[in-house]
Design a protein around this ligand. Structure first.
Ligand code: NAP
Length: 327
């Protein structure tokens, strides 16, 4: 295993195990196989509704708390009744009585632990700054080893750094060959923010792999040259950029395949072959419409002025609906 040193000195395994949407009946088996094969970083979230299950499985199999690095995330939905509060559904939801402290505590209780290795804000939201300040409090008390964010664009990071004290240790964002995020990754890394890639192979809310990546002839050719698979080549491409990866699968040969990526190296030309698929757009998790946490000067960011950045789904809305989808 290779490690990334976070900006506070904590070492995070560079390869982890994504746990979103793994079916219940496969969950225990997949988690334990991953642990036995050497995975030591597990990525969960309040929203995945599997934190308690992970704790229960680790306990049942005698996996010691300090032998694993656990990341979880606080979603704005954990503060609201009825789950979702965004878009048109927000009208149906009322403010719940869950405070941010209680929402953070819920993850501690679910995970049955007295410390969490990495706690992220799941996505930018109106309460991001308040949430981050609570995370800072837990961090200063030593209950969270590192804090960070997910799905944050450049202005979200800039504003957070302006008003909060602790520079995020990590930003977990969509990165794949189709959305390579070369410049943004470098921008974050230069500021000491480690980049974690999620949703590298999947299509939004689906368990089907993205064949346009796996079957791409350029990637297939690189894979053949190293006697590896396309997925291994893409994961290697991420590792060599210093990015933390958390592929998700519950199929044993794929779990094994995804951790067998530390014994080969891509050349600069091969790195470019993978990056050449880049469309420069978010495909699964587009957060350009998440602007409400930002004061006006940050909402004037160039990126927000380009309609292309908002994605097809947003652009297909009639003009009068669009303001309701900026949140
Ligand atoms: N912060 C956020 O907002 C956010 C959003 C999404 C995800 N995440 C995190 O990121 C993790 C990964 O993202 P994801 O769940 O969207 O999944 P993903 O890892 O991007 O893609 C999963 C797909 O890749 C396929 N796959 C994995 N390994 C493979 C291999 N070796 N060969 C062929 N196909 C392979 C899987 O198919 P098979 O089942 O056939 O192997 C599955 O269809 C999540 O589990 C979650 O922890 C975070």
């Amino acid at each position: 295993m290779e490690y990334v040193k976070l900006n506070n000195g904590i070492e995070m395994p560079q390869l982890g195990f994504g746990t979103y949407l793994i079916p219940d009946e496969n969950f225990e088996d997949a988690l334990i196989k991953a642990y036995d094969m050497g995975y030591r970083q597990f990525d969960t979230a309040w929203k995945y509704n599997n934190e308690a299950r992970i704790a229960e499985i680790f306990k049942k199999h005698g996996i010691k708390r300090d032998s694993v690095f656990i990341t979880t995330k606080l979603s704005e939905d954990s503060l609201y009744r009825g789950g979702y509060r965004t878009g048109i559904r927000s009208v149906l939801n009322r403010r719940n009585n869950v405070s941010i402290e209680q929402a953070v505590q819920q993850s501690f209780d679910n995970l049955n632990t007295d410390y969490i290795d990495l706690f992220l804000i799941h996505a930018p939201c109106k309460e991001s700054i308040e949430i981050y300040k609570v995370l800072e409090k837990f961090y200063k008390q030593g209950r969270i080893r590192a804090i960070g964010v997910s799905n944050f664009l450049q202005p979200h990071i800039e504003y957070l750094c302006e008003v909060c004290k602790v520079v995020p240790a990590v930003n977990q964002i969509e990165i794949s060959p189709l959305n390579a995020q070369i410049q943004y990754t470098e921008w974050l890394q230069k500021r000491g923010i480690a980049v974690e890639a999620m949703s590298t192979f999947s299509r939004f809310h689906s368990v089907e792999p993205r064949l346009e990546i796996i079957e791409n002839p350029g990637i297939v050719e690189v894979a053949k040259a190293h006697n590896k698979s396309s997925v291994q080549v893409v994961l290697r491409w991420l590792l060599q950029r210093g990015i933390i990866c958390i592929p998700k699968t519950w199929y044993e040969p794929h779990i094994k395949e995804n951790i067998s990526i530390f014994d080969f190296e891509l050349s600069a030309e091969e790195m470019n072959t993978v990056a050449s698929l880049d469309k420069g757009k978010f495909l699964n998790y587009n957060n350009f419409n998440r602007q409400r946490m930002l004061p006006k000067k940050y909402r004037n960011w160039e990126g927000f002025k380009n309609p292309d950045n908002y994605g097809d789904e947003f652009n297909a809305l009639p003009w009068w609906k669009k303001p309701f989808y900026i949140y």
